[in-house]
Design a binder for this molecule. Sequence first.
Ligand code: AMP
Length: 381
Amino acid sequence: MSKILGIIGGGQLGMMIAEAAKKMPYYILKVIVLDPTKNCPAAQVGAEQIIADFKDEKAIHELAERSDIITYEIESGNSDVLKSVQSKAEINPSPDTLRIIQDKFLQKTFLSENNIPTAEFLQINSIEDLHQGLKKFGYPSLLKARRDAYDGRGNYKITSSEDIQKAHDFFKDQNLMLEKFVPFKMEVSVIAARNTKGQITTYPLVENMHEDNILRETIAPARVPTIVSAKSKDIAKTTMAVLKGAGVFGIEMFVTENDQILINEIAPRVHNSGHHTLQSCETSQFEQHLRAILGLELGSVKLVHPTVMYNILGSKKFQGEYIPIEITDEDIFLKMYGKKISKPLRKLGHINLVAKQGESTEDLLQKLAVIKEKVRVKQLT
Ligand code: AMP
């Protein structure tokens, strides 16, 4: 039976979920997104839109009244309000899962209680706690905001005792945690899905490169020994089994010097490091998310060909309209998100470079080095 899907957030993730939904008309009648930006990316591909803040209680109630099932593309949804509308619409992942994940301290506590490896961490309630924590972990350590922090925006690296007061003041009244610094050799992630019936799938491990704490490049599959990808897969599966959420989750991990895997962070939603699946895998993460929340059999996660994803980010040098980006090469898939205005490091689009027969990841990376200039964001004058 065809359902109405509500999404909290109508940015690029909501847009790509809405596009996947259009290909499943038998299951999804229409999509309604709640987003504060008029004509947000998801609305541009045909989703109806309620224009309001993501946490607006009245708007969440309206979305629940008008939808059969609700999901989100951002993790900062108001889990208490979502809980209160559960009688009106089915919500996946559940507000309880969201509540744990959206607080980094609760998330890490939950993981460690379930024997899932993470960096060492401590709750910080005062500057005294911070002094004590740093005595334990040493320098550098990371002071992190527990909530509403993404793309590294909520992190402060403390490198010496001189940073302590500055770091503490930086966060004002936010709830905090301290984390031991992990000298990782690689950042990787697993896109995992669990459907409402408990079926779990994990996409192949990918390698992530960040710039200014923002994801810049994803290499699928990750260039790691089989034992590392097998270990990451096991950790991701265990995590999905204990979390019990339904939907696609992005599980970010560190690979340490001695090939230990530690979870850095879980996102309860489709994830930027899974965009490659649009071209590389038999089922995209967006379709998989819909299958998971609708309780359908999950699709194949087979990686058909190596792929490199590169994010198109706004230039740090300007804010304003930009020259449209065009790519004509047939093995490069360009996806722009319909954002008119560029802002420094704003995610405006991405490209997927797909390996042709006989091409290796190294070949793709060489190609990418040339393409980067073609997709550089330039100001429209
Ligand atoms: P987060 O927003 O917490 O995911 O952190 C953003 C980035 O900061 C990560 O992608 C890592 O590059 C870095 N980072 C976060 N936590 C740690 C840690 N405990 N040790 C080393 N680097 C970290």
